[in-house]
Structures are given as structure tokens and as C-alpha cells.
Design a binder for this molecule. Sequence first.
Ligand code: HEM
Length: 505
Amino acid sequence: MSFSSFTEMLPFPWLLLLLSLLILFFKTFLLPSPKNLPPCPPRLPLLGNIHQLGNLPHRNLRDLSLKYGPVITVFLGNVRTVVVHSPDTAEEVLKLHDSDCCTRPKLSITKSFFYNGLGLGFTQWGDYYKDVRKLCVLELFSVKRANSFRNLREEELTRVIKSLSNSADSGSSVDLSAKLIHFVASFTCRMAFGLSFLGSGIDNERFLEVFTEANRVIGKFAAADIFPVFGWIIDRISGLESSRKKSFRDLDTFYQKAIVDHRENRKMEEEREDLIDVLLKLQSQETKLGSTMITDKHIRAIIMDLFVAGVDTSAISMDWALAEIARHPRVMKKVQTEIRELVGDKGKVSHEDLEGLVYMKMVIKETWRLHAPSPILIPREAISKFEIKGYDIYPGTRIHVNTWAIGRNPDVWKDPDDFIPERFMDSSVDAKGTHFELLPFGSGRRGCPAMNVGLSTVEYTLANLLYHFDWKVMEEVSVEEAPGLTSHRKHPLHLVPVNVINRKC
Ligand code: HEM
């Protein structure tokens, strides 16, 4: 049979698929592998090590690292990926070789959801990225700006406390997981758009619905990132591509409406500026990002990143903290005593009080150690050749830092699976990215630019929830995790609030 009659028999997409599989097979098994790679568990043709990752890759990768060492190579399809599992190897990646691997891989989600890299989190390293990062750090999340959000946080939390207090009066249990995500999303809306969910023109439930769906879609594995040549066909057939497109369109429309509304009703007072005001001001001053002026699309891309990166991570940090506190009555009593003794009958914990809450800060660090909000940091990609622990890392290699595994590493932590906040008592380890045994915000050039805001939200909210209420546990609190990019709890946290303080708010 001639080649032309063969192509007549096979429809074009199948021919493409067949050719891609042949190329993949050839590249994987017949081309020589680069030398001196970190150890790699045996892999399957075409799939590589995907079958070993399961639903919770951070756990399965940790198990592989126990056998093969703290730095391992796995193949996702034929994409060479190096994963590090210990503080010293994380330090090599995030500090020593930060500049060798500070770009992000070109993932399909970057194109379909993150404006083809016009934002921050999934944007490739370069002049454009550096300018956006500078803009975010100096203009959107400076200490001054973060402080200007304090009263928004306070107002949003007051609403939550009132609603919890009503539940306390009726003795009913509350879905705290839902309450927390709603609260953080509402606070983020106010930072970004100046509008709360409640009492504004925004269709609250609709926005939350769209946002929740977007998080679900973003957390899904895309075949295109594993099989670069033909994976998109699988994503199209499975419906992933269309659900991404739909979620993206919904959010994009929402952001553009907010931009148009702001342009029509410009605020003049600086202290009441929200993030869209700031970005529109920079736009009107003809500020450049890389070589281009700021357009509405750039603004939408930046806002998208803030929602996707900021809401989930803050809410799940508090969700896990309250779950662990509820599971450990001794810790609940001790942390509440600390807060109530410090604050007395002032009626609420203020931002200024937070500095004095030493034990509560230990509780939060212990929560992040056991339940890293990003169990595997957003992937990096090597730009140049370098070494980790004497192994060669080649340009183009994807690099993952398994922060979940580092938090449970028995060489670093005594009784690593137990919740013991006191372990931080005489320790200098903080969560700000300079101690590589605890990395809730990542570290280095790609570390979280809004750490100040995230930290304040978690500390302020937890302190007030623990000050105002005792929390009764009605059923065993599970610590099972759900699959996804961030470490959600598998089952929502249901607790019963009990009023204990005369509230002034
Ligand atoms: C407790 C709350 C938060 C936690 C635990 C957290 C954690 C993280 C982590 C682990 C990363 C990846 C770092 C890396 O790859 O090394 C990250 C990046 C990022 N975070 Fe946060 N974050 C929080 C709050 C926020 C908030 C409130 C915002 C904005 C409103 C935000 C915006 C971002 C952005 C834009 C990036 C991408 C940075 C880049 O690639 O250059 N985060 N965050």
C-alpha cells in the first residue's frame, strides 16, 4: 500500500495523532537522554510516570522521593520534570539558582485563561514580567496600600461575625469552608473593584458561582501540557477546553464591566482608591509594561491573577487552621486564652493587636507546615543549565518544589504528622520565604507578591473568629484533601459557633 492510499484511508486527525505518537515514541526511547539527571523511577512508554502521580501528586511524589532521594526526575508524558523535596534542595532552586529557573513553562492554561501571559503568575520571565511585578509590588501591594485595605477587611468580617452570631443564637452548625471563601472573595472584590458582593450592583451568587467554577477548571490536568503535540485534541474531546473558555469569558466580561463603570465614575480621593482606580490612573499616565502601554486587557489580566492567586490560598489557610484547632481542644483553649487576655473587653481584635498574638502565629505556621496551601509551587522552568545536589538540570526542564513534602520531612521536623504549634516556640523559622523548611508563600523572584495582604487576612480573621466564638465540634473533623492546585479540604468544615463575648460591632 502506498503512503497516499494510506492517508486516504485515515482521516486527517487520526493521521496526525498516529504521527505524533510515533514522534513521541522515537523521542522518548530512541533519542539518547541527557546525562547525569536526578534519579528517575521506571516509566511507561508515552505516559512516562503519570500513572504514579494519582489524585494527590504531592503525596505520591513524596513517596517516590523516599525511595529515590530528595531530588527526582519524573516524566509527564515526555516532559522532563524535576521535583525537589527537602529544604536544602528547595534553597538550591529558589535562592542559589533562582535566576536560572525563574520563568514559567508555557502551559495551555496561560493561553486560554491568563490572557496569554499578560498577568503575573503564569507569565514567562522577561522585561514585560519584570514591569508587571514591579507595578504589583510598588503600586498594588505596598505596605501603605495593604494598610489602606484594613477597614475593608474589618467591614466584611463584621458582616460574617453578625451572621455567625445569628447561627450561634439558634445553635445551628455553619459551613465554615463556604463562609470563608465567600468572605475572602468579597474582601478581594472590595480591594479590586471597591464593591462588596452585598448591596452593590454585582450579582453576588452569580460571581461566586463563576469564580468557583473557574477554580475547578484551572485545577484540572490538561493533556496539552503533557503531550504538547496532540494533547489539545484530548482536551477538546474531554470538554476541558470549552469549559475553560466559558469560565474565562464569564470572568472577563465581569472585569471589563467593572473597568467601564470605574472609568465613568472616577474617584478623586487617593485613600479610597481601589485597584482598578490605581491601574486606570497608570493607564492615563501612559505607563508602559515592557514596550506596550497599559490597555484594558492588561488590567483584566492583572485582576484575574489577583483573584485566582489570592482568594483560594487565603481561605483554605483559615479553613485548615480552624479544622486543626477544632481537632485539638488543648490548642483551641490556649489560643483563645491568649487572644482574650490580650484584647480584654475591647469588643474586637484590631490589626494593631496582631503583633502580640505570639501563640496564634505559631498555630498558623503549624497549619501551613502540615497543609501547604500550594502543596506543589507553581512550576518553574530552567532557562540555563545548572546543578542541584550534583545532578545536571538542563534548559527547558520543568521544576517543582514539593512544599507539602518539605513540611512533613522527618529529617527536619520531629513527629512531622502531628499538630504541635509549640514546635515554633524557640525557633526563628518564619513563613516569609527565607526559611526553606516552611514555604507557604514560595520564595525568590516568583514568590508571592501579596504576602502582606495574605498574612494580615489570615491573622486578623482567625483572631476575631476565635475571640468572638467558642467552636463546638458535632462530628469528627476530617483531614482528607481534595485534588487540585491548592490543597482544599475534601469535606467542608461544619462547626457550631457559641457566642462568648459582648460584641460592640
Ligand atoms: C495566605 C494567603 C496566600 C498564600 C498562602 C499565597 C501563596 C502563594 C504561593 C505559594 C505562590 C507561588 C510562589 C512560587 O511559585 O514561588 C504565590 C504567588 C502569587 N500570589 Fe500569593 N498567596 C496568598 C495570598 C495572595 C493574595 C492575597 C494575592 C493577591 C491579591 C496573591 C497574589 C499572588 C500572585 C499574583 C502570585 C504570582 C507571583 C509570580 O509568579 O510572580 N497571593 N502565592
